[in-house]
Design a protein around this ligand. Structure first.
Ligand SMILES: [Zn+2]
Length: 400
């Protein structure tokens, strides 16, 4: 399925895709600049730019500032030529983001009710939910160029298979989604999509090497190394939650014992709180626990927000455990920036101080001094925004 038919059918497909990548984020270039960057002649680049303007992809943004002589025109991407839609499929429903061609975020919609199941009917329901939200936003569906979809669990973005959904089907889930939307679809792991969203238009500035920790019910990591998303051989990199680091004798969801996730995740926070409630400790959650009500992660996060001492003690313990492992990761990667994202990042007031203190205690000072630790700026919209931006990047060949 082709996202850019005019470009892919053209003589100069590679050069045109390169110009589309260069002109990201409202950046404009004059013909001489483009010729230099493409290592091509001025007449050739003039021809290419003229064709791209005729197809609607480029527009003239203005003139180059100059002290004298004829001022050259600046060309950039036409924001109105089409849109990209990103869809984060989470346990709590869908999040949708729409970006334009230069990469501006136009819309985000959270909490669209949906539960993904292993049925084709579920893919149709997802399509219907997304179409209905886009129509509410008054986005012309025919102008969506491509879709990005991110899911939890192991995803191979090259084959389009999710190893959590449709494993036994003949067709990868990406193909089912492409049939549903009638457009190219990029499938990605949720944590990697969140990392890319923060990298391109979130809390990251000019930093090139970023570790993004998705501290949700589980624990995952997305890596941007020297400006590129890191995948590993089959796209399964970043399984930091299953780093066998702890000697807590706790069983992990993966079947092993002592994975980092058993001490540093929403799951760990839930276990610590319920263990203390079972010991008879007092908390604003105690009455519900004694009545036999289910204690959810959201209710624990709510208790932290209401300054419940027991829940705060537990999130501090999670922060210290996470900081301990982060110290090792900082020593290995020497990143510019570590971003703490995911559901637990809303507890930053209590999570971050013990995390920072443990990082300082256990990492090498010479390495740690270069690293900033920040909390996600895009929050719950990071995955959808990242997916939308990835749809364009992958189709242009910026990411292998
Ligand atoms: Zn594990």
């Amino acid at each position: 399925m082709e996202a850019f038919p005019e470009i892919s059918g053209s003589h100069y497909a590679a050069e045109k895709k390169r110009i589309m990548s260069l002109c990201n984020n409202r950046k404009g270039y004059c013909i001489a600049d483009l010729a230099r960057r493409l290592d091509a002649s001025i007449p050739k680049v003039t021809r290419i730019v003229t064709e791209m303007m005729a197809d609607g992809y480029l527009v003239e943004l203005g003139k180059v500032e100059s002290s004298g002589g004829r001022r050259a025109s600046l060309f950039g991407l036409n924001p109105n030529v089409g849109y990209f839609a990103g869809i984060h499929v989470g346990h709590e429903g869908l999040t949708l983001a729409v970006t334009d061609f230069p990469g501006n975020v136009l819309h985000t919609v959270e909490n669209i009710p949906f539960g993904l199941e292993n049925t084709e009917e579920s893919v149709h329901r997802l399509g219907a939910r997304v179409r209905s939200s886009l129509e509410t936003l008054k986005i012309d569906l025919s102008r969506i160029v491509a879709y990005g979809v991110d899911l939890t669990g192991r995803v191979n973005h090259q084959t389009g298979y999710s190893y959590s959904y449709f494993i036994s089907e003949q067709k990868p889930i990406r193909t089912l989604l492409e049939e549903e939307f009638g457009r190219p679809v990029v499938l990605e792991n949720d944590t990697r999509a969140m990392a890319w969203g923060e990298y391109v238009c979130g809390v990251a500035g000019d930093e090139g090497t970023i570790l993004f920790l998705n501290v949700g019910w589980g624990l995952g990591m997305g890596m941007v190394l020297d400006g590129k998303l890191f995948y590993g051989k089959s796209g399964f990199s970043g399984e930091v939650g299953h780093f066998p680091l702890l000697s807590n004798n706790q069983y992990c969801r993966c079947g092993k014992i002592g994975c980092l996730e058993t001490g540093a995740s929403g799951l760990a926070l839930h276990r610590l709180v319920t263990e203390k409630l079972a010991q008879g400790r007092t908390s604003i959650l105690s009455p519900a626990y004694k009545k036999g009500d289910k204690i959810s992660l959201d209710s624990i996060l709510g208790a932290i927000d209401r300054e419940d001492v027991l829940a705060i003690e537990c999130i501090e313990e999670v922060g210290a455990t996470l900081g301990h492992s982060l110290a090792g990761l900082i020593n290995i990667f020497n990143p510019d920036l570590v971003i703490i994202g995911g559901r637990l990042s809303c507890t930053e007031r209590y999570l971050l101080p013990p995390l920072r203190s443990t990082v300082n205690k256990y990492s090498l000072n010479i390495v740690n001094n270069d690293t900033h630790i920040k909390v996600s700026q895009l929050g719950r919209t990071a995955g959808a925004i990242g997916s939308s931006l990835l749809a364009k990047s992958l189709l242009l060949g910026n990411i292998e």
